[in-house]
Design a protein around this ligand. Structure first.
Ligand code: CMC
Length: 430
């Protein structure tokens, strides 16, 4: 067996042999296939990159058919059960698990970089009272690039590491302050005695008490959610970070673009849409008519379907269990959980969803947990962004070191007019 593809161009009768490496052909190899000497070479048309590998990556492995997700080779189920978010962040960034000493140094560094410059606070206070926290997060992460101008020297590994530590450390501070802003409450400074997730809870919920004491079970649940969101290979926001990062801009600007991508309802914003959908359905009796509407193409079943998973999203399984645990701790029984479970049951038995391999994704249950933890829907995607930050940075670090990478610049198929003669407005409007 030869690892190559023979292509016959029926326009010319010419044959070409294209090497196959790692199950791919090089799109650039298609360029030699031409109808005649003057025509441009053949290109691949792939809106949404549904079948195009944009990089080599050793960060995250997904087998969408089998429902497998691994970070640096470790199954997500094991990490969610036995690790913590900071250790997973270390793993994603460095490629291997830390020794005890490495972990302690990492935890110390992250903890002591949670504070932001006071001007960041004033900057954030300038937002309108009802500013969406994702808009505030996107802007304030981007603004950090102006506080650390040295971050533009991306060729220096130690410098990159510094910005990575800063960003993982500061995202919860920015996220929590966006939340406090919307509530008209004073911003709470980080508490270095607390763990990463506990400190985040303190910055979110502390009021007049001298020291905030988070419920360890809630902190654990949130930490698990961060782990589940930490990376997901070449998704829309990772691709945005890589694409913007490929211009060699500083990492704050690259990550700000990732936050922007995550804001969209088809990506990180889906959990917010799931809750709205469940509320709209209102009761289990209304599920059949809602499902009919989805099948007729009038709407989407939010929290279902995935570009990669054609099986149950492994993260959704862990979250479904975490939802039960959180409800036990908070004592809140949410009728929307019953609607979600029933909706899932009906959809999984329905031919429309079976045929299209549509299963619950990570967002189907996460919103319910966040709501039980007293987060308003606008905050859900902020939580996703905090969890995803190490993943974005691991992808960025890999990009910067990858000698094969170039500035991202896709081709297009031009469909517009050509060579029109411009008539000045004064004549056109006369
Ligand atoms: N409800 C109803 N039909 C759906 C859904 C859905 N949620 N998702 C896909 N389909 C149908 C779609 O209409 C199409 O049917 P047909 O072949 O008859 O035209 C078929 O399934 C394939 O869908 P697609 O839109 O071509 O698939 P995609 O890979 O482009 O989209 C997706 C993936 C996640 C954007 C989509 O499934 C979707 O919109 N889901 C709802 C939003 C959502 O839950 N997003 C969170 C994704 S997971 C978190 C993250 O990683 O960001």
């Amino acid at each position: 067996m030869t690892d190559s593809l023979t292509v016959r161009d029926n326009r010319t009768g010419a044959e070409y042999e294209l090497p196959i490496t790692d199950g791919t052909i090089r799109a650039a190899d298609l360029g030699q296939i031409k109808a005649d000497d003057d025509s441009p070479g053949l290109a691949a048309y792939d809106p949404g990159f549904v079948n195009t590998a944009s990089c080599r990556s050793a960060v995250t492995y997904i087998d969408g058919e089998a429902g497998i997700l691994e970070y640096r080779g470790y199954p997500i189920e094991q990490l969610a059960e036995h690790s913590n978010f900071l250790e997973v962040a270390y793993l994603l960034i460095h490629g291997e698990l830390p020794t005890q000493e490495q972990y302690q140094a990492w935890e110390h560094d992250i903890t002591y970089h949670t504070f932001v410059h006071e001007n960041v606070k004033s900057f954030m206070q300038g937002f309108r009272y009802d500013a969406h926290p994702m808009g505030m997060l996107m802007a304030s992460v981007g603004a950090l690039s102006t506080f650390y101008p040295e971050s533009r020297t991306i060729s220096d590994a130690e410098n990159r590491r510094m910005q990575i530590v800063r960003m993982i450390a500061k995202m919860p501070t920015l996220g929590a302050w966006s939340f406090r802003h919307a509530q008209g409450k004073p911003y709470v400074y980080p508490d270095n005695d607390l763990s990463y997730t506990e400190n985040f809870l303190s910055m979110l919920f502390k009021m007049s008490e001298y020291k905030y004491e988070p419920d360890p079970r809630i902190a654990k649940a949130l930490d698990t959610l961060f782990i589940l969101h930490a990376d997901h290979e070449q998704n829309c926001s990772a691709n945005a970070v890589r694409s913007v990062g490929s211009s060699q801009v500083d990492p704050y600007s690259a990550v700000a673009s990732g936050v922007g991508a995550l804001f969209g309802p088809l990506h990180g914003g889906a959990n917010e849409s799931v809750l709205r959908m469940l509320r709209r359905i209102g009761s289990t009796e209304n599920i059949p008519s809602f499902i009919e509407g989805v099948k007729n193409g009038n709407e989407r079943l939010m929290g279902f379907g995935h570009r990669v998973y054609k099986n149950y999203d492994p993260r959704a399984k862990i979250i479904k269990k975490a939802a039960d645990d959180v409800f036990e701790v908070t004592g809140v029984t949410n009728p929307l959980l019953d609607i979600a479970k029933e909706l899932e049951k009906i959809a999984l038995e329905d031919e429309y969803f079976i045929q299209r391999k549509l299963y619950p994704n990570v967002d189907f249950y996460s919103g319910l947990i966040y709501e039980a933890l007293q987060f308003p829907p606008e905050m859900f995607t902020v939580l996703f962004a905090i969890g995803r930050t190490p993943g974005w940075l691991a992808q960025w670090e890999e990009l910067v070191q990858d000698k094969e990478q170039k500035i991202a610049r896709p081709k297009q198929i031009y469909t517009g007019d050509r060579g029109l003669e411009f008539v000045p407005a004064s004549k056109r409007w006369a």
